[in-house]
Every structure is written in C-alpha cells, then in structure tokens.
Write a protein that binds this ligand. Structure first.
Ligand SMILES: Nc1nc2c(ncn2[C@@H]2O[C@H](COP(=O)(O)OP(=O)(O)OP(=O)(O)O)[C@@H](O)[C@H]2O)c(=O)[nH]1
Ligand SMILES: [Mg+2]
Length: 319
C-alpha cells in the first residue's frame, strides 16, 4: 500500500485534501491510489443536492450538516461548480458560510471545479466521493449547481438525490419536466416564505404523480417539501425524508438493493471507460500532428472527414 493511501485511510485530513486536489488536476498516479482505496468504499450514504444557482443549496447543506453532527454523524461535503474553471467567488462564499464547522474533525469540505477535460468533472466528483467514503464518513453530500444533463450525470452517484427549486421558478420546472424529473428522489422548495410556494408545491406534486411508474410493484413517490433554509425550517423534515428513502432502498427486497448497486456499478464502469477513451484516445489523436495533416488534406480535397476520422481512430487503436 502506498504511503498516501495509508495516510488517507488513517483519516489524515491534509492527505485527503491533497489527494482530492490531485484528482481534480488529474495527476498521473492518482489512479493507483484510488485502486487501493476502492475496497474500503461502499459504506457511506451519498446525498446529491442539485438546483439552479442561488436557490439556497449551500445554506441547506450547512443546516443539514448541523443536524447530522448533532447526531454524531461524520460528513463529507463536495461542492461541485461546473460553471467556474477556477476557485471563484461562489466557492469562497461557501467556504465562509461553512466556517462555523471549520474546527470540527467530523467534517470535511471541498470544492471541485472544472479543470479537466470532457466528463472530467463527473469523474473527479466520483473519485472524490470514493476517497471520502474510504476515509469513513457516514454521509457524503454532493452539491452541484444547475439542473442540466451534467448534473444528472453527477447525481447518479448519489443514493438520494434532492432537487431544490424556489417558488415560482417556471424555467426550472420546465427543466425538470424536460428530463431530470426521474433523477429526483426528493424535491425541495426552498425560500418557501416567498409568495407562490404553495402553487409550486402543487405543480410539482402533480408533475411527479403523472410521471410515476406505478406499475412497478414497490415504487417510491418522491415527496415535495417546503424549506426555509436560512431559518432552519423544514430541514429536519428533509433529513427524515432522506432517511425514509434510505430505508426504502435498503429495506425493500434484497434484490432491489442489488439491482441498484448493479446499476451504479454499470454507470460507473461505463463512465470510466468513456472518460479514459476521451482522455487517452480523443485527446491524444487531436493533439497529434497527423490530426492537423488530416485537416489540411480535407481542405485540399484529398480526403473527407469520414475517411480521415476512420483512419485516425484505426491507427490509434491499432485496428
Ligand atoms: N429568503 C431566503 N433566502 C435564503 C433561504 N435560503 C438561502 N437563502 C439565501 O439565498 C442566497 C443564496 O444561498 P446559497 O445557499 O448560497 O445558494 P446556492 O444554491 O448554494 O448558490 P450557488 O452555490 O451559488 O448556486 C443567500 O443569500 C442565502 O442567504 C431561504 O430559505 N429564504
Ligand atoms: Mg452553493
């Protein structure tokens, strides 16, 4: 076992922080450490919190953290920000807000930004989850900004996915309709003290009911809750619903649990293959001189992109 893996497993916070930075930077050698950590994963409960910018995700997470710590649970938090390539203002804001927990050894908080290439963020988030899981955190909360397809990919790593909206967010509701409805296990209307919360609640409930696959014998009807995170209202109820969802996943027939684990393993493996193919095949082809030569040849009318792409791929993969 490498020295770094040892230190991480011993709960050395600095080693953990360093490793996650290396994951984010895609440092060679990280994969070897992750291989060593993987057998120690699978114990943490992973919660995904996603929603448009500013809906109050971090405030909600901060309150959840407070309640979970009161129960003696250890928590890892990963704040994923696909919009900023560098550690920007939003992340700094999160840090400041989370400061009340900063001396607490039972908590580990890290931000991840997009530094890598295609799919890099999904992959680095998944690896960071594995690290915190191996360290032994009881809960891992992943906060992602947005309600698009990227976030859906990221939340696939979670056991329970919470989608946060605010009253009257027509566009968000449209986005949810457009494809992420099935990704949500629990829906939260935060800033519920605002006007229109009740209507948003009804709209969401109606949408969820229409989407429900009731033919499945043992189905989960995603609850819709109202919260006011800044006033710590509804947060305990949210944790209760998360716990119910957890029991639903674990407590239903053993098969269901196995199916879920199998689904996750399948997605994880497919993602990893996709990531490595993109990184090692696509990036290396496009960085090679032959790629530019092919571009020239297309311009000169000597070849076409269909033939050229075929040739480059075949050559790269030795087909
Ligand atoms: N009125 C009201 N404001 C809230 C509530 N919850 C959070 N806020 C405020 O909303 C603003 C944004 O909150 P954040 O927790 O940073 O939201 P976020 O979703 O994490 O934002 P990003 O990470 O930038 O996407 C802050 O000023 C919070 O104080 C709430 O329940 N009611
Ligand atoms: Mg935030």
């Amino acid at each position: 076992m490498t020295h770094i893996a040892d230190r991480v497993l011993a709960g050395d916070t600095r080693a953990v922080a360093r490793l996650i930075t290396d994951i984010d930077d895609d440092i060679p050698g990280v994969r070897e450490i992750l291989k060593e950590l993987y057998p120690h994963t699978g114990k943490a409960y992973i919660i995904g919190i996603t929603g448009a910018p500013g809906v109050g995700k971090s405030t909600l997470v901060d309150q959840m953290l407070f309640h979970l710590r009161k129960e003696g649970k250890t928590v890892g938090i990963i704040a994923v920000d696909p919009t900023s390539p560098f550690s920007g203002g939003a992340i700094l804001g999160d840090r400041i807000r989370m400061q009340r927990h900063s001396n607490d050894k039972g908590i580990f908080i890290r931000s991840l930004a997009t530094r890598g290439h295609f799919g890099g963020l999904t992959r680095s988030t998944r690896s960071a989850i594995d690290v915190l899981d191996a360290v032994g955190k009881d809960y891992i909360i992943v906060e992602t900004v947005g309600v698009g397809q990227d976030e859906v990919e990221i939340v696939k790593s979670a056991h329970t996915t919470v989608i946060v909206v605010i009253p009257g967010m027509g566009d968000d509701i449209q986005a949810i309709k457009a494809g992420i409805l099935e990704a949500g296990d629990i829906f939260v209307i935060n800033k519920s003290e605002r006007e229109g919360s009740g209507k948003t609640l009804n709209d969401l409930r109606t949408m969820i009911k229409m989407d429900q696959k009731k033919d499945e014998e043992d189905y989960w009807l995603p609850p819709v809750l109202e919260t006011e995170a800044i006033a710590d209202k509804g947060v305990k109820e949210l944790l209760t619903e998360i716990e119910k969802h957890r029991r639903y996943l674990v407590g239903s027939s053993g098969d269901m649990n196995l199916k879920r684990r199998k689904d996750r393993a399948r997605v994880e493996l497919a993602e990893m293959i996709k990531g490595r193919l993109l990184q090692e095949v696509f990036v290396s082809i496009t960085e090679e001189g032959e790629f530019e030569n092919a571009v020239e040849s297309i311009l000169q009318g000597e070849t076409d992109p269909y033939t050229a792409s075929e040739e480059l791929i075949q050559k790269k993969l030795g087909l």
